[in-house]
Design a protein around this ligand. Structure first.
Ligand SMILES: *Cc1c(COP(=O)(O)O)cnc(C)c1O
Length: 382
């Protein structure tokens, strides 16, 4: 099974098919008979139902890893992965621009467990080296970072992790396995919020941890103790969603590129930030690393454009946080992901009230472009 599209449909499906069912049935049961004392018990919190097992195998095939675990949310995946790796006295290094929930985990929870971190501003091997301490054990990254869509030097990060024997962990939510499989670059643990592209329909919460068996054994153990496993019904929905992952994400890549190119030339726009544009500071690196530039587009409205009038004039994009679904969603990061970040820090990062983040859905590309350009026209005459 060579292509991702074929694997997304056939990998992990039970053989023979259960009662001949073409799609994997939902096993909505918390526990299973246990007649043989030597066999491992099946129980919903142990993540070993038929729905879990088929999903784990499909995700391992898509992420190109040995083993995977699904969790109750992306944050459940991130917290279980980090708590399985880090002990009191350990130190973690990560770039400064991170998902808000992850940043709060580093700031609020890990210090209470005696785990320190350093956030790195630069994007060079030297910057990473300089942040290391004798007790550093984990290097943490995101493949495409929110909200300015930075693409870091992931190869340099893996080099540093290898040189100092650190565990390299990456949150690959924004790229999805269609556009990047970080295990192929040498990352040890790959994390996803399944709530976004993997689920793809804004109707479920899930997370994924993927990596080698020995590391996953620890994550499974931690999740058994913390209890943040995925419910069978959500497994069923996620399993179904994965079968269209390739089709969805490639279409979102295409529409995002078209939107980014058109917006660049509109007078209502100051600047478009999309890794697929030559004007993006990391375009060359993104072209080398990624198979597609993703479905997220950020842009700054021009000073002449009225921000409120722009949002009011939109008819297709829905104003809501989150991303990766079939409906196009639009937000101002200062009111959502970066609400808690101090204004002085936001300004330094370039996150102003004029910054808009678009999660491109599956509407017709021309319809979306027309809707956005009409709203921009309105924003200039308001
Ligand atoms: C949404 C998101 C998360 C958290 O996922 P949940 O499913 O909401 O817990 C983590 N990382 C990134 C990059 C995200 O976009």
């Amino acid at each position: 099974m060579s292509t991702l599209d074929t694997r997304s449909i056939h990998a992990g499906e039970p053989s023979p098919r259960i009662e001949g069912a073409v799609t994997l049935p939902l096993f909505q049961t918390a526990t299973y008979t246990h007649e043989d004392p030597d066999a491992p018990p099946r129980y919903v919190r142990y993540s070993n139902s038929p729905n879990h097992e088929a999903l784990h195998e499909k995700l391992a095939s898509l992420t190109r890893t040995e083993s995977t675990l699904v969790t109750a949310s992306g944050m459940a995946a991130i917290s279980a992965a980090l708590l399985s790796l880090l002990d009191a006295g350990d130190h973690l290094v990560a770039p400064r621009s991170l998902y808000g929930g992850t940043l709060s985990l580093f700031d609020d929870l890990l210090p209470r467990l005696g785990i320190e971190h350093t956030l790195v501003t630069g994007n060079t091997r030297e910057a990473w080296d300089a942040a290391l301490q004798p007790n550093t054990t984990v290097l943490y990254a995101e493949s495409i970072a929110n909200p300015l869509l930075a693409v870091r030097d992931l190869e340099a990060m893996v080099d540093v992790a290898d040189a100092y024997d650190l565990v390299a962990v990456i949150d690959n939510t924004f790229a999805s396995p269609v556009n990047l499989r970080p295990a192929e670059l040498g990352f040890d643990l790959v994390l996803h919020s399944g709530t976004k592209y993997l689920g793809g329909h804004s109707d479920l919460a899930a997370g994924v941890v993927a990596g080698p068996n020995d590391l996953l054994d620890n994550v499974r153990h931690t999740t058994k103790l913390l209890g943040g496993m995925l419910d069978p019904h959500a497994c069923f929905l996620l399993h179904r969603s994965l079968k269209t992952l390739g089709v969805r994400v490639r279409k979102q890549n295409e529409t995002a590129q078209a939107v980014a190119e058109v917006l660049t030339h509109h007078d209502g726009i100051h600047r478009v930030r999309y890794p697929g544009l030559a004007s993006h500071p990391h375009h060359d690196r993104a072209s080398t690393l990624l198979d597609g530039f993703g479905g997220m587009v950020s842009f700054d409205l021009a000073p002449e454009a009225d921000v409120d009038a722009f949002f009011e004039a939109l008819s297709l994009p829905i104003r809501a946080p989150s991303l990766g679904g079939v409906e196009t969603l639009i937000t101002q990061p200062i009111h959502t992901s970066h609400k808690e970040v101090a204004p002085s820090v936001r300004d330094k990062l370039g996150i102003t009230e004029r910054l808009v983040r678009l999660s491109v859905g599956l509407e017709g590309s021309d319809d979306l472009v027309d809707d956005l350009t009409t709203a921009l026209d309105t924003s200039l005459t308001a």
